[in-house]
Design a protein around this ligand. Structure first.
Ligand SMILES: Cc1cc2nc3c(=O)[nH]c(=O)nc-3n(C[C@H](O)[C@H](O)[C@H](O)COP(=O)(O)OP(=O)(O)OC[C@H]3O[C@@H](n4cnc5c(N)ncnc54)[C@H](O)[C@@H]3O)c2cc1C
Length: 372
């Protein structure tokens, strides 16, 4: 690769998680000379619900990464459930895909490699005071620095883009050997938090817990979510339990000078939205457009637009999680009007404007809530 011997690149991407790899793919497709480095080595696993919503699948397609059922298990919608009611929204457009994190990681790595992007594994990166990069001890220069280094981003700190988080919860995930029993991702709501089930294979589901209390882990699943516990009874675990924090943080700015943040480095939304990776892939697309024109303000502006709805939904979900009586009323009201729930899901996925939900529909929903 040109410039490699000189330790010089058009764009250096710090972090090769989904956001960093998507950014590298996008920038390379835009004609930039890109290098990526990650402190870990592939295939990188992480606690995750492993559901790619239709907008994530579509954004990956726009990056040239085409996913099909061969990589995991397709799903057609989302179902919100309590022990007493269930509301189901089928996607108006496209399908979601449940895909193991490691499978997705391998696919993105392969795709980046096909485009000729060098990836330095086991390589920790720091920014030095003068703005050059310290890459495992070697000094690199780069026209653009892309911080894709996750929740605790050092690049964010260096660029003085830090901002306090709005909420934090604990996430856990584990896979179970059982045939998926619906064509939807199921989100179970209880007083302690949510459990969501994503089909990841013909005989496998991924269960993710998102909890306020870190002691509410998989071994308590059946106590917190009896009907889900009953579904999984007798199924063997296909993986070890893995945990991670899920944080909601909105940064006022995600760029400074020649530095741009992407993925969780650029702020994050609560895991239960299932939209974290969709947001990262959409950011990668607009970052490619911005750097083609050499103008990070384009990225700043478009990122603000694409994150607006996911952030609002994230805060709404965390709020509902803390108000069990309200959550069960809302799910009950949605269960009486699945068409409305489907419309709300389209808004959540950025496929419909919030303004398209008419006052008459909201009044009918309000009535359902009052009578629920
Ligand atoms: C419990 C849970 C469930 C979730 N479920 C879903 C879901 O179902 N669907 C969905 O779309 N999203 C989900 N998410 C969110 C999703 O996991 C994140 O949006 C996604 O991981 C963000 O990717 P990222 O590349 O920004 O960060 P990461 O995946 O964290 O990658 C950051 C990378 O940077 C590297 N790195 C860090 N510092 C350095 C350094 N100094 N030098 C070099 N490398 C460095 C790390 O090794 C890491 O590989 C979930 C999250 C949680 C916690």
């Amino acid at each position: 690769m040109q410039g490699f011997a000189n330790k010089n690149a058009d764009a250096f991407v710090v972090g090769a998680g989904p956001a960093g790899l998507a950014a590298a793919i996008s920038l390379r497709r835009a004609g930039l000379d890109v290098v990526v480095a990650d402190a870990a080595q592939p295939a990188i696993d992480k606690a995750c619900g492993e559901g790619l919503m239709p907008d994530a699948v579509a954004a990956l397609g726009d990056l040239g990464v085409h996913l099909g059922s061969g990589y995991g298990h397709l799903f057609q919608g989302v179902s919100f459930r309590t022990e007493h009611s269930a509301a189901t929204a089928h996607f108006a457009q496209g399908k979601g895909l449940g895909v193991r994190r490691t499978v997705l990681h391998n696919l993105l790595v392969e795709h980046a490699a096909t485009l000729g992007v060098p990836i330095l594994w086991n390589t920790r990166v720091d920014v030095m005071d003068h703005g050059k990069l310290n890459v495992n001890g070697a000094e690199w220069t780069s026209r653009w620095i892309i911080g894709a280094d996750g929740q605790r981003s050092k690049i964010r700190k260096f660029a003085q883009l830090e901002h306090p988080q709005l909420s934090q919860r604990y996430g856990f995930r584990q896979h179970f050997a059982v045939a998926p029993w619906t064509d939807c991702v199921e989100v179970y709501w209880a007083a302690e938090g949510q459990a969501y089930v994503t089909p990841t294979g013909d005989n496998e589901v991924c269960v993710a817990l998102v909890m306020e209390n870190k002691n509410n882990r998989m071994m308590r699943l059946g106590d917190m979510f009896p009907s889900l516990g009953a579904r999984l009874r007798g199924s063997e675990a296909n993986s070890v339990e893995r945990g991670a924090m899920t944080i909601c943080r909105r940064l006022p700015r995600v760029t400074r000078g020649s530095i741009a943040l992407i993925g969780e480095a650029a702020g994050s939304i609560d895991a239960v939205t299932g939209e974290g990776m969709a947001l990262a892939f959409k950011q990668a697309l607009v970052l490619g457009e911005a750097l083609t024109r050499g103008d990070l303000e384009i990225y700043e502006r478009k990122n603000r637009q694409i994150r607006r709805t996911p952030f609002a939904m994230s805060q709404l979900m965390v709020f509902l999680g803390r108000h069990p009586r309200l959550q069960s009323r809302i799910i009950q009201a949605c269960s009486q009007d699945n068409a409305l729930f489907s419309r709300l899901m389209d808004v959540h996925l950025g496929m419909r404007s919030p303004l398209s939900i008419s006052p008459a529909i909201l009044t009918s929903f309000g009535w359902n809530m009052v009578t629920a």
